[in-house]
Design a protein around this ligand. Structure first.
Ligand SMILES: Cc1cc2nc3c(=O)[nH]c(=O)nc-3n(C[C@H](O)[C@H](O)[C@H](O)COP(=O)(O)OP(=O)(O)OC[C@H]3O[C@@H](n4cnc5c(N)ncnc54)[C@H](O)[C@@H]3O)c2cc1C
Length: 473
């Protein structure tokens, strides 16, 4: 029986374990062990219920368009628990000078596709609107270097669109800085569109036309989640795993090759031998663990930067929130000089998240530009959030409950050089059979991306082990 170690019990590591469990059920002669430093499984996926309201500490949903999370839910038999975002209410606001301005209709990410709503929107100055119109004439242009998202957006639409749309949108997803994130890695479709069409607006319009001509399919909700929260996915996976294979409160210190096996140095537990290893920790941890395996590989992984964030959930009586506009919530541009990056109106975004007489707001703080917020006390964070909510949306009432969660170094930043770094990492790993990595540092930071990573890592190990077994016969 071959022994496989999975280091890290977040969604990446758990998905790997689930696929190894499946391989075992199909006859693979292997045993896996999930080794998790924390006291619970799920990593940044954690849901709680407070006063009948669902509180998501980390991710609250995933993009429906990326299929891997939906497929996993089907395999786990929890697809009947899936819910879609309430897209009829899908309106997002930008907070400007303590006023919420709706993002104009037809805006796709930051690209305008409808003339009239954009022209009438108070979100942009006339200079920006003219620039948006001129963008339609942008000539096709191959991207040679590794431009940042900021450079790409500013080249097409100008600094105001970068400040009021692109930067806050990316802060919401990556906790990152548009002036550092790589356009190729974060917005690959935009890079392709520019190469083919020049104008991003023209490309989006062409894309919409093709989709409309294909017709047929009713539009799917933009986001999907689970009735009882993202934790439901974690619980459903864990229920399928061998309980004796799950080790909590156990930190791996280092991984060393030893002959054709692997030695794990484990906190308090000494050393343990395995035949294969999946490292599903953040890349900078993975780099440190693999220093004794391959210096170049470790250096590339250690170079990867991460952002930290704080989520604050506040529960209210619905009466106290009646004055809020309809919609999913608002984003706060950096130029507003606030600590809050975004606020989701949870009860509008998803049904089932709060009873009819209650409402839930979820605020995001931190990111690469404000790591210091993680060092504030919960009381200081709450005071900041309440002051900013009062100033931006005139919400004075004290919340019925509140929860503060800190996520240190949880979001990988795909900065310039990311694609080349990941390619080098994967090339090195090809020469190291029996070692795989997974997580949000490589091919996408969303939950579906991590699920795909975990699945691929498990399949890679199963293939390596069966090739070795075939050779030994
Ligand atoms: C606040 C927040 C909101 C988000 N919102 C969304 C969203 O709405 N939609 C979406 O798709 N994605 C979202 N994401 C991103 C997504 O949740 C993450 O990318 C994903 O959950 C990462 O999973 P993972 O398993 O790769 O890593 P993690 O969840 O970080 O798990 C890694 C695990 O490794 C363990 N570990 C670390 N070091 C060691 C060691 N030495 N030994 C043993 N164990 C170790 C850690 O304790 C941890 O449990 C969000 C992330 C955060 C933080």
């Amino acid at each position: 029986m071959k022994r496989v170690a999975i280091i890290g019990g977040g969604i990446s590591g758990l998905t790997a374990a689930f696929h190894l469990q499946k391989a075992r059920a199909l006859g693979s002669d292997l045993h896996y062990t999930v080794i998790e430093a924390g006291h619970r499984l799920g990593g940044s996926m954690y849901s709680d219920r407070v006063e009948g309201c669902l509180v998501e500490a980390g991710p609250d949903s995933f993009l429906t368009e990326k299929p891997w999370a939906l497929t996993l839910c089907e395999e786990l038999g929890i697809d009947d628990q899936l819910i879609g975002s309430n897209d009829a209410q899908r309106k997002t606001y930008i907070a400007v000078n303590n006023r919420l301005i709706a993002m104009p209709d037809g805006l796709m990410f930051m690209v305008p596709t409808k003339l009239v709503p954009t022209a009438l929107s108070p979100l942009f100055s006339w200079g920006t609107k003219l620039r948006m119109a001129r963008e339609l004439m942008h000539p096709p242009r191959p991207m040679t270097g590794d431009e940042t998202v900021g450079e790409l957006v500013e080249r097409h639409f100008g600094a105001e669109v970068l400040d009021r749309l692109a930067d806050p949108l990316l802060s919401g997803v990556y906790g990152g800085d548009a002036n550092k994130l790589s356009a190729r890695a974060v917005l690959p479709r935009f890079v392709e569109m520019e190469e083919r069409y020049g104008s991003l607006s023209k490309a989006m319009l062409a894309h919409n036309k093709v989709r409309a001509m294909a017709g047929g399919q009713p539009p799917r909700p933009l986001f999907s989640s689970l009735k009882d929260g993202m934790q439901q996915m974690v619980d459903a996976i864990v229920a399928r795993l061998d309980p004796s294979a799950l080790r909590l409160r156990t930190r791996v210190r280092a991984v060393y090759p030893q002959g054709d096996r692997w030695r794990l140095a484990i906190d308090m537990g000494g050393n343990e031998m395995f035949d294969a290893v999946i490292v599903a920790t953040p890349a900078n941890v993975t780099g440190a663990l693999l220093e004794g395996v391959d210096r170049d590989l470790a250096d590339d992984l250690l170079d990867m930067t991460y952002s930290s964030s704080v989520t604050v959930t506040l529960g209210y009586h619905m009466d106290q929130l009646r004055h809020l506009p309809p919609g999913f919530g608002f984003l706060v541009p950096r130029s507003e000089g606030r600590r809050m990056l975004a606020c989701t109106f949870v009860h509008n975004k998803f049904p089932h998240r709060a009873p009819a007489d209650k409402g839930v707001l979820r605020c995001f703080l931190g990111g690469t530009r404000d790591e210091a917020v993680l060092n504030l006390t919960d009381d200081e964070i709450m005071a900041t959030v309440r002051r900013e909510l009062q100033e931006i949306v005139k919400l004075e009432a004290p919340p019925m409950f509140d929860r503060v969660y800190r996520w240190r170094g949880a979001m990988a930043q795909y900065e310039s050089g990311h694609i080349a770094r990941v390619a080098r990492t994967e090339n090195r790993l090809k020469d190291i059979p029996g070692l795989e990595v997974a997580g949000n540092a490589y091919h996408g930071i969303g939950v579906p991306d991590c699920i795909r990573e975990g699945m691929n890592a498990a399949n890679g190990i199963v293939q390596t082990l069966s090739a070795a077994a075939a050779q030994a016969r």
